[in-house]
Write a protein that binds this ligand. Sequence first.
Ligand SMILES: *[C@@H]1O[C@H](CO)[C@@H](O)[C@H](O)[C@H]1NC(C)=O
Ligand SMILES: *[C@@H]1O[C@H](CO)[C@@H](O)[C@H](O)[C@H]1NC(C)=O
Ligand SMILES: *[C@@H]1O[C@H](CO)[C@@H](O)[C@H](O)[C@H]1NC(C)=O
Length: 273
Amino acid sequence: MFDALQLGLVWFFVALGYVESLKYYTEKPPYIESCRIKEPDFTNCSTHSIQGFLNEVIKGIPEIEESFGPIDPMKQDQLTFTQADSDVASISANLTDLVIRGFGKMIVKESKVNIKDFSWQDKIYLPRMRLDGKYKMVGSVLIIPLHGSGNIFIEIDDLDILLKAKTRLYEKGGYTFYNVTDVSVKVKVGHVRTYLDNLFNGHSKEVEQTTNQFFNDNWRDFFETFRPLIVGTLERTMLDLLRKMFSVMPANFFVEDIPNSLLLYGRKSRLIA
Ligand SMILES: *[C@@H]1O[C@H](CO)[C@@H](O)[C@H](O)[C@H]1NC(C)=O
Ligand SMILES: *[C@@H]1O[C@H](CO)[C@@H](O)[C@H](O)[C@H]1NC(C)=O
Ligand SMILES: *[C@@H]1O[C@H](CO)[C@@H](O)[C@H](O)[C@H]1NC(C)=O
């Protein structure tokens, strides 16, 4: 199957003192459904189309995996996170050696495209997302002063993501592409479990256990402390992934009647002028 698809790939070389190579599809692979934004069923069609693409990306499209790495489990080197002056927490935490599981089960519930500026609004659902890593932390969570380092996991059930993406259309090889320029997300969670070992630098295993029990009993408040970490991780990850996905696949394959960017922005700037 990949062999057939490879035929549709072209190599595009740009020499600017260094050589940069960009590969992209010039034939629509069968797993992508084409939709017309001017048709009334566009959003439903687009939802299936994006899910189809995502499913292949999760299975592994070499051109994307090469630069992004595997999607599930996904590795991240480091996350730094500080939160000051909130009601529930004042914390500085560094997470390293992170492994994030769950992106392989992403479900696109809705994928809307704005007909004016071609920005997106997507509803994505993950049955479960789990983050494992090492933490180093100073501060307080739910008024409990913490000082320690060790292993952490945060496991989220029923993660609903509302993703908004800004895009800028551009032309490449006779096709129109999406440049995904910004991603913002809002999340809702069904349930959260966690464990931080070696809290208080291992001074008391018993206090460590009761503290973790307390976090799990009060998981909504615990999650609020870590919400910026989860949201930030999702925003960075999705921006990176979507940029790579849509730099190899022309926007024309998803939205057959997408306007040429020169016409779209040309017309707009003439309207403004
Ligand atoms: C949504 O789209 C899918 C595939 O394109 C199709 O099978 C389904 O019937 C559509 N549903 C509605 C409600 O139009
Ligand atoms: C986290 O890392 C930053 C910069 O690398 C550092 O300034 C901060 O003190 C670290 N926090 C903890 C709790 O180790
Ligand atoms: C995409 O947008 C970024 C800025 O967000 C810009 O640096 C980059 O050159 C753009 N890429 C293309 C191919 O237009």
